[in-house]
Design a protein around this ligand. Structure first.
Ligand code: PMP
Length: 423
């Protein structure tokens, strides 16, 4: 007997209808980019397509998640095969993909970071690290850096230091903030804090993403590691955004050859499937014996996809390609910064690059960034925006993007900047 299946056609609505549904049925804190937003209905490679069939080159990849781009055949094949066999059990039953992924990550992570705790989001992975750090050290205080973003739950938000994301009126008073990478006094304050109070851990992003693509000065993490060692404080590297070759090395801490006590990672690992990992050492893991479980942690489909993603990265040497394409992108943007007075600074590493906007007349830089994003979208290019002042136009494309696609995007970016500068 043929049973009529609901199709996408039956539920598809236009932009106006969707915005109406949003107003009625979503919490208003969930906001979208663009005054005139497209309704995305399909993705393929580095492109997204809207409900009118318009194509957009996706240079933000779902905030860095779609590392292999949209509808990648390796991802689809892994997901299809796994869903046909076994969809979900939770970690109270043994399933093969979880153990294969844990073993794979142990070989890819630096030094003795051999143990994984799997969950579904970057926030949860950071919560897991903060929890294990308290259990291991018997201490309850945490130190984080100005400009860092670590998540949306109580503790993860309490260590987040980007004002717009600190929305809980009752954040934990056990979390302190030191100046960020842009401030010369940063390491001095970190040292003073660690020597005057017993902290369980310092948590930081090796390159701050949401804070505006801000990398630390060279040697920063090596000194941070030493300060943590000297004071028996654990070091958590939040690589939710920088991990899995985004910056041209598997983890961004590999660039400075620093081994933290925890690495948390998510986004690019699952290529859009919800999977996150908190990696730690045997020493820390062996003390964290109290029960821990996440219902959707290590979901077999997400793990099978993550394994396919990692295999594709390795087989195609994506780390090297990302480093090279990142250099190309930065070179293009430097060239543009010499042609217009709207770019204040270009920064980042690999395919995590930001162009901070602002002009000599001190017009509203966030408004300029919004204009740029809207104009770029109308020309078929999707960019991100980050920074405390929301004025850093951000390039975080799929890691498989080609040089030709990058230079096409930069040419349009230049044209749009020139148009705005000339107004
Ligand atoms: N840490 C960093 C560095 C992030 O960029 C994000 C999300 N943008 C998170 C944590 C939170 O991850 P999630 O949204 O998956 O909870």
């Amino acid at each position: 007997m043929n049973v009529a299946m609901p199709t996408n056609e039956m539920t598809r609505t236009g932009v106006a209808e969707v915005l109406d549904q949003k107003r009625k049925f979503l919490v208003p804190s969930v906001y979208h980019f663009y005054k005139d937003p497209p309704l995305m209905t399909r993705g393929e490679g580095c492109e997204l397509f809207d409900s009118d069939g318009r194509a957009y080159l996706d240079l933000y990849s779902g905030v860095g998640a779609m590392s292999l781009g949209h509808s990648h055949q390796d991802v689809l094949a892994a997901a299809h095969q796994q869903i046909d066999e076994l969809q979900h059990t939770t970690t109270i039953y043994l399933t093969q993909p979880m153990f294969d992924l844990a073993e794979r990550l142990a070989t890819l992570a630096p030094g003795p970071l051999n143990r994984s705790f799997f969950c579904s989001s970057g926030t949860e992975a950071n919560e897991a690290a903060l929890l294990m750090a308290s259990q291991f050290t018997g201490r309850g205080h945490f130190l984080s850096l100005d400009g860092g973003l670590h998540g949306r739950t109580k503790a993860a938000m309490s260590v987040t230091q980007v004002p717009m994301w600190r929305t809980d009126p009752f954040l934990l008073e056990t979390c302190q903030c030191a100046p960020g990478y842009h401030d010369e006094s940063s390491l001095g304050v970190v040292e003073k804090e660690l020597r005057t109070r017993d902290y369980a851990a310092v948590i930081a992003e090796p390159i701050q993403g949401n804070g505006g693509i801000i990398a630390p000065p060279s040697g920063y993490w090596q000194t941070l590691r030493k300060l943590c060692d000297d004071t028996d404080t654990l070091l958590i590297a939040d690589e939710v955004q920088t991990g899995i070759n985004r910056t041209g090395t598997f983890f961004a801490v590999d660039y400075e050859q620093v081994v933290p006590d925890f690495i948390t990672t998510a986004k690019a690992l699952g290529n859009g499937f919800p999977i996150a990992a908190c990696l730690t050492t045997d020493t820390v893991a062996n003390v964290s014996t109290r029960p821990a479980a996440a219902t959707y942690g290590a979901n077999p489909i997400a793990c099978a996809v993550a394994l396919a993603v990692l295999e594709h990265h390795e087989r195609n040497n994506l780390a090297e390609q990302v480093a090279e394409h990142g250099r190309c992108l930065v070179t293009h943007l430097y060239r543009l910064s010499r042609q217009t007075n709207l770019i204040r600074e270009v920064r980042g590493r690999g395919l995590m690059v930001g162009a901070e906007l602002g002009d000599a007349e001190h017009q509203d830089a966030a408004a300029i960034a919004d204009r740029v994003l809207e104009e770029m979208k109308d020309r078929g290019f999707l960019l991100g925006k980050t920074g405390i002042g929301r004025n850093v136009v951000t390039f975080m494309p799929p890691l498989v993007i080609t040089e030709e696609q990058l230079s096409r995007a930069c040419d349009q970016f230049g044209t749009v900047l020139q148009k705005i500068a000339g107004e």
